[in-house]
Ligand binder design. Structure first.
Ligand code: T4K
Length: 402
């Protein structure tokens, strides 16, 4: 039970609600004993990287789990996107959402491809297929859909459009490991899909990523690309980079894979507890997962309507941080308002009105295997308290609390 009075809030100098910070993105770690055994084996065998046995096992198990022919493991999700884009032959312009982590856009710009930002559907937070057509020019070579928060894009609509217009279709599935679309696991849609296995992700390998595809030729090309273009010893047959996953990362990835049922059930329980605790708060909407599909429930995402709550999203973030709840404003302020895109396209916002509205509303809360039901109940009570007392907590236009 929290018995906070306004003056007790940490932001006013009181004790924080939590002694140890609760973080969005705190890693889930599988069976540590099994992980340590594998790490010991890696050290004993002195085979640390370069397509070792754990990387091969990880790739096989991922492909099997997703029902896709090829999994090419990479050192991280950004390099996975870069290599997938390059192997697909993307050039000129590629249509992608601005409401995503910056890596989606950077992976293109990094290799001289222009990301053309498309607005989102405010209901799903994903790229709106109905707005893509008007952005296609003779320079457009592809579309990247991002399954944000693990909720799939409108894949059918994107697929039809890409086919009609002869465009490549790549999905950034960084958030969507384990999710399904129309009963089929994310991973085998479009020409390829990429994953991030960063520490903060549902399935983590410390750092890591992968491209998955049913296209054998594409997979072969990406295997060359991630290994400097080596076709054999002393034989470089292609331009490449170093995108390899290490053995220790693969061992962590396997440990995570073996643990995902437990992570999902904890994430789902947290999601339900948040729904229960935040119920009845006018102006606070928790985004919903389609429970007819498979979900990883990795993100607890709220939309804050400051006109109803009387407290802006940013003020709420300040308050939560003061209470040691490390909430995040993903993906503020949108890629188009970050460099170099904001300088390149200063008027991009005119076509991105839904993105702009959403970047001021979204708030992500901690979840995962390290948070308890009681923690979430406390967070819920804090929300009720703050919103009920919003008139006493005066917030100026810069979101500072007085
Ligand atoms: N596409 C999409 C749609 C993505 O979301 C991402 C990555 C990518 C592509 C690229 O994949 P990678 O190249 O990263 O594999 C974090 C992650 O670094 C990033 O992987 C992720 N998306 C993004 C959504 O979140 P930041 O800037 O929020 O990181 P940071 O360091 O602030 O950490 C986030 C939170 O996690 C903090 O509250 C602290 C906590 N944390 C973090 C680490 C690393 C821990 O508790 N323990 C840890 O070990 O980007």
């Amino acid at each position: 039970m929290i018995k906070k009075k306004t003056a007790d809030l940490a932001i006013f100098g009181g004790e924080p609600l939590f002694n140890d910070s609760l973080h969005v993105g705190k890693p889930n770690i599988g069976n540590q004993e099994r992980l340590m055994e594998r790490i010991q084996d890696i050290l004993n065998r002195r085979w640390l990287t370069n397509n070792g046995r754990y990387v091969r096992e990880f790739e096989e198990r991922i492909a099997d789990f997703l029902g896709v022919k090829n999994c090419v493991a990479m050192c991280n999700g950004t390099v996975a996107l870069e290599i997938a884009a390059r192997a697909l032959g993307l050039t000129g312009e590629v249509i992608a959402p601005s409401f995503t982590f910056i890596a989606t856009a950077h992976s293109l710009q990094w290799q001289g491809i222009t990301p053309v930002f498309c607005d989102i559907d405010p209901k799903t937070h994903n790229i709106d297929p109905d707005r893509i057509e008007r952005l296609i020019t003779p320079r457009t070579s592809g579309i990247i859909g991002v399954h944000l928060w693990g909720r799939p894009c409108r894949i059918d609509a994107l697929q039809s459009l890409a086919e009609e217009r002869g465009l490549k279709l790549l999905f950034d599935a960084s958030h969507a490991f384990g999710s399904s679309y129309q009963g089929r696991r994310i991973g085998s849609f479009g020409h390829a899909e990429t994953f991030s296995f960063h520490a903060t992700k549902f399935l983590n390998s410390f750092e890591g990523g992968a491209v998955v595809t049913n296209d054998d030729q594409l997979a072969k090309k990406m295997r060359l690309m991630k290994n400097f273009g080596f076709g054999g010893v002393d034989d470089v047959i292609y331009i490449g980079t170093n995108g390899k996953m290490s053995e220790i990362s693969a061992a962590m990835g396997i440990a995570s894979l073996e643990y995902i049922d437990a992570i999902i059930s904890q994430n789902q329980a947290n999601y339900k507890t948040y729904q229960r605790e935040l119920r009845g708060l006018d102006g606070v909407e928790q985004i919903a997962y389609n429970e007819n599909e498979k979900n990883n429930f990795q993100y607890i995402v709220l939309e804050i309507d400051a006109k109803k709550t009387g407290v802006t999203r940013d003020a709420l973030v300040d308050l939560l941080h003061a209470e040691n709840i490390r909430a995040r404003r993903y993906f503020y302020p949108g890629c188009h308002r970050m460099e170099p895109y904001r300088s390149y396209y200063p008027n991009a916002g005119l076509l991105l009105s839904e993105t702009e509205k959403l970047t001021d509303r979204v708030l992500c809360l901690p979840t995962g295997t390290t948070i308890s039901e009681e923690d979430i109940e406390k967070i819920g009570r804090l929300f009720h308290f703050v919103i009920k007392n919003s008139d006493k907590i005066r917030i100026n236009s810069a979101s500072t609390i007085h």
